[in-house]
Design a binder for this molecule. Structure first.
Ligand code: BES
Ligand code: MN
Ligand code: MN
Length: 466
């Protein structure tokens, strides 16, 4: 049988070109102006699934953006793998910081990607990553080596909170029934240190509106005598953390899972270079909660961050004004066993309570998400670990990440299956930022690794059922 390496070598130019064609479609789920482009991307994904070898494909319309489905069921006795990914992307702005336009993909070399990386919005998150699965599947079908049933569910609303997916899961439990869910929508440590993501943080996201006087005021006539809502918002936000950078919302930490010293020691074994981390970001020091390392701060500890803040005059030159209103978008990343709705509630009560006199506050919840941790003794994890060990020549390390994929907790609740988070991007790939990219090396490595997952999974599955 032809090896994946040889198949890849023969087809790699086409694999890159097909991905580039998908990256050219601005499937920005957050912006209604791009609704048609999102739909166009869903059609292209469907046709790629068909071409790769799915026997059945479908596009399911939802109140939001469409969900693309495809399957190839080879044998009812074989295990079933559900591949999840998303074809929608984050808005590309600020546009002027891109070195090439976000929807005109180009291959460029970087320090971390000496073999070149595709620069485009969605290259790594998540078009390039889910497409590795489509191409690995194509190889397995072409060589008649597919030994699991495969189902693809590629959605178009991940970047806006997967609002339609819960209903879809509940309505299509049989269609989506599976033994394990395989997802490439996270990262790994480096070329030399493969890793598998074993935890995702949850999310509580709120928008706040702070109102002072009933209209904008002259900042000379009224300044100093009326509380300025922008000043008030800044004071309120800064009071949300104490001098040890702990969050001051009463009850916020009540349910936070405390890791044992053992577990923390294990985590600390993952290689991490603080100097390189700082120099990559051009910062002279890191920040965070007292008593925790950088990797703990961004993975096993909850956080609170302002994602955007606005109000008053921000145009050319100076305008002397006290605004009537100020706004901020605030996210809280959560860890097991914090509950998203509960945290949103605690935030709301606290934020209203700390409003100074003369200031009114409105808190509007946006989407939430439940944290997720996956065990490393499952056959799914073992199959992924052995697959990476084979293609990297090194056993991957388990690693929790700070990002969120809220749907993963729902998969567990509704479909009763574990998700394996086998990602191939690097933290430095600038997802959600200008100049997002995905290394060609990473892309090809993913395509090489995935078929091993299927082989291993089938073996382990059969051993477990005997
Ligand atoms: N793929 C990311 C999540 C991610 C990236 C996890 C890297 C771990 C490492 C996903 O597309 C994403 O951006 N999720 C959002 C949450 C969503 C509700 C908008 C996030 O984490 O901000
Ligand atoms: Mn993603
Ligand atoms: Mn994302």
């Amino acid at each position: 049988m032809e090896s994946i390496e040889s198949y890849l070598e023969k087809n790699k130019d086409r694999f890159v070109q097909e991905l580039i064609d998908l990256l050219k479609i601005p499937s920005i789920s957050a912006d209604p102006a791009y609704k048609n482009d999102v739909a166009k991307a869903s059609s292209l994904v469907e046709s790629y699934l068909k071409a790769a070898g799915c026997d059945t494909t479908a596009i399911y319309q939802t109140p939001g953006h469409p969900i693309v489905y495809g399957e190839k069921l080879v044998n009812p006795d074989y295990p079933t793998v559900l591949v999840y990914g998303h074809y929608d992307v984050q808005p590309p702005d600020p546009l002027d910081l891109w070195t090439s336009p976000p929807f005109e993909p180009v291959v460029k070399k970087t320090d971390k990607h000496p073999d070149g990386a595709i620069f485009a919005r969605g290259a790594c998150d998540d078009k390039g990553q889910f497409f590795m699965h489509v191409k690995a599947f194509e190889y397995m079908v072409a060589t008649n080596s597919l030994n699991c049933n495969v189902k693809f569910m590629i959605e178009g609303e991940e970047e806006v909170g997967s609002d339609s997916l819960a209903d879809f899961l509940n309505a299509h439990k049989d269609l989506l029934a599976n033994d394990v869910i395989l997802i490439s929508d996270t990262g790994m440590i480096s070329r030399d240190t493969p890793s598998i993501t074993t935890g995702l943080r949850g999310l509580s996201y709120v928008e706040v509106e702070v109102t002072g006087p009933n209209r904008d005021l002259h900042s000379g006539i009224y300044g100093g005598a009326v509380h300025n809502p922008i000043n008030a918002l800044c004071e309120m936000i800064s009071s949300l953390k104490n001098k040890d950078n702990q969050i001051t919302i009463p009850g916020f930490y009540d349910k936070v899972e405390e890791l044992s010293d053992e577990e923390r020691k294990e985590m600390a074994k993952a290689p991490f270079d603080l100097e390189e981390y700082k120099s990559h970001l051009d910062i002279d020091d890191v920040y965070g909660e007292q008593g925790y390392s950088t990797n703990e701060r961004n993975a096993i500890r909850p956080t609170l961050d302002v994602n955007g803040i606005w109000g008053g005059y921000t145009g050319e030159g100076a305008k002397t004004v006290i605004a009537s209103k100020a706004y901020a978008k605030i996210s809280m990343r959560l860890v097991p066993h914090q509950d998203s709705d509960e945290i949103t509630d605690l935030f709301q009560k606290h934020f209203e309570a700390i409003a100074p006199k003369g200031i009114r506050v409105k808190v509007t919840p946006h989407h939430g998400g439940t944290p997720y941790v996956t065990p490393i003794d499952s056959i799914g994890y073992q199959a992924a670990s052995m697959a990476m060990e084979k293609s990297f020549g090194k056993k991957p390390v388990p690693q929790r990440t700070g990002g969120s994929i809220p749907i993963v907790a729902l998969f567990e609740n509704v479909l009763n299956s574990k998700s394996i988070l086998m990602g191939f991007g690097f933290d430095s790939d600038a997802i959600h930022s200008p100049n997002e990219h995905f290394g060609l090396w990473n892309y090809f490595k993913g395509i090489q690794t995935i078929p091993h997952f299927y082989t291993n999974y089938k073996d382990l599955y059969e051993k477990a059922s005997n």
